[in-house]
Design a binder for this molecule. Structure first.
Ligand code: PGA
Length: 248
């Protein structure tokens, strides 16, 4: 049985004072949760996240990682550095990285591998744009994004990894995929893995992301191939994030 997991993606929000209140509220509210919970915070706040969340039910992580392990890569942050701050998770291939920072399929695959080398659990984001959905090529896009990583990493690297299906048109727009639309893509993703490894396919946690709120989380998470969520905006409000975790 796959455990449910809810991951907050704070994106580029917060400061020491607002984070402290949010981290403490999530930590305290998570005591009774049965789902897994994690917060992916901006790099400068990893130490703060660790100091508040260590020993709690809430794990923490980062939103990106360098594909390189060390060296002259000004501005980059390595997987080993994230591990040094106790990160369990790192998001790779978020659509904002792909569209605004040029993270190609190949770069995303390299970041996935870098996360693995550092002992981190990558959360690989995939998803189609509105134009791609309307053109009927959602399956092709998502398969291409997954296969780019699989061909670089091999199937075994997906043991314990996490995939997040995030339709680009649903991120931050208030527009969610319907539970049936999301389930259709999640089932396709799982089949892609199960076809090669029944064990990895059945154990893979596939999160849904894109305008998940307390009011729509339960029906999305009730789908058989949806194992939790990657939560942007609603992860910035402790009560909302905790309500979403409770729905899982
Ligand atoms: P959202 O963001 O929940 O604000 O739509 C999700 C994400 O980008 O991970």
């Amino acid at each position: 049985m796959r455990g449910k997991l809810v991951v907050g993606n704070w994106k580029m929000h917060g400061n020491l004072a607002t984070n402290m209140a949010l981290l403490q509220a999530v930590r305290d509210g998570a005591v009774e949760l049965r789902s897994g919970a994690a917060l992916c915070v901006p790099y400068p706040y990893l130490a703060q996240a660790r100091s508040v969340l260590e020993g709690s039910n809430v794990a923490w992580g980062a939103q990106d990682v360098s594909e390189h392990d060390s060296g002259a890569w000004t501005g980059e942050v390595s997987g080993a550095m994230l591990a040094d701050f106790g990160c369990r998770y790192v998001i790779v291939g978020h659509s904002e990285r792909r569209s605004f920072f040029g993270d190609s399929d190949a770069v995303t695959a390299a970041k996935f591998l870098a996360a693995r080398r550092a002992g981190l659990t990558p959360i690989l984001c995939v998803g189609e744009t509105l134009e791609e959905r309307e053109a009927g090529i959602t399956g092709d896009i998502v398969t291409r994004q997954i296969d780019a990583v699989l061909s670089a990493s091999g199937m075994a690297a997906f043991a314990d990894a996490v995939v997040a299906y995030e339709p680009v048109w649903a991120i931050g727009t208030g527009r969610t995929a319907s539970p049936a639309q999301a389930q259709e893509v999640h089932a396709m993703i799982r089949t892609r893995f199960s076809d090669e490894s029944a064990v990895i396919g059945s154990q893979l946690r596939i999160l849904y992301g894109g305008s998940v709120k307390p009011g729509n989380a339960a029906e999305i998470f009730a789908q058989p191939d949806i194992d939790g969520g990657l939560i942007g905006g609603a992860s910035l409000v402790a009560a909302d994030f905790l309500a979403i975790c409770a729905a899982a």
